[in-house]
Structures are given as C-alpha cells and as structure tokens.
Design a protein around this ligand. Sequence first.
Ligand SMILES: [Fe+2]
Ligand SMILES: [Fe+2]
Length: 176
Amino acid sequence: MAKLSSLEDLLVHELQDIYHAEGQILKALPKMVKAASHPELKTAFEEHRVQTEGQVKRLEQAFKLLGVPLKGKKCEGMAGLLEEGKKTMEEDAEPNVLDAALIAAAQKVEHYEIAAYGCVCTYAEMLGYDQLHDLLGQTLDEEEETDQRLSALAESVVNLDAENVGGQEEEEEPSR
Ligand SMILES: [Fe+2]
Ligand SMILES: [Fe+2]
C-alpha cells in the first residue's frame, strides 16, 4: 500500500515537516535577534522565539494525540528560506536597511508556517480531531499575529528608516 494512503497519513506527514521546520526556526531566531538593530524588532523576534518553543511543545502533544512516534522530516522549504535569510544577514548592509530585509525574510517564514498550519488544521477538522484542531489552531493564530506585528513594525518604523538612509532626514510633512 502507498505510504500516503489516507488524509490521516498526510496529516502525520505534514506534522513531521512542520516539526522539523520549527526546529530550524528555533535555531535561526537568536541570530535574527542579534542581527536586528531596532529594539522593537529585537523584541518581536525574541518574543516569537519564546512562542516557538511553545509551538514545538504543541507539536509534541499533537503526535501524542495521534498515537504516532515523534519524528521530524527534513523541511527543505524552510531550509531554503532560512538559507536565504542567512545570506542576507551576511550582506554588507546599512543597519536600517538590514532590519527591513530581516522583516521580509521573517515574513516569508511566517507565510510558510501559516500555509502549513492552515492545512493541518483543516485536515484535523475534517477528520474530527477536535482537540488536535484546537491545538494547531492556537499556533496558527500566533503565526498570523506575528506576521501582522511584523507588517505593522515595517510600515510604521523600519521601512521608513530604511527609506531615509543616505538621504537628508526629511521633515515630516504636515498631514493637513
Ligand atoms: Fe512557528
Ligand atoms: Fe513563526
């Protein structure tokens, strides 16, 4: 029989992928905290690191709920996204521009996670695994909140600071 012969098999397969992805993110976030200059961005990354530890625990619980062994499966997608982020951090970049780039890299990661958790949430719901659906839904909410927080930080501060690099600090135009 095929290895993926049911939606339940696919659910487990995808959870193994996310489990590995979260492990990689947990290793990358401290480097992003270090690389960031804006204190608000450092805090956002650090808080998401702590949140990610909780997300890993939820996944461990998810495997338990399904009665399958805890196992990760190399997530190539996340490895690629984080490799790109690493290369960005190695660039000779102006700190404000680097911060904008770090937000872009982090949001790509969040969007991957939102897609991944969105799928497993749907599968869990379809299979009638209410507890699992609830558990994964909590993480999905956190990923979406993180994405929104990064957008807000980019739009209100970081991208503007990046835009002003090298130019004369312009007086803010009165809005009326
Ligand atoms: Fe996560
Ligand atoms: Fe995340």
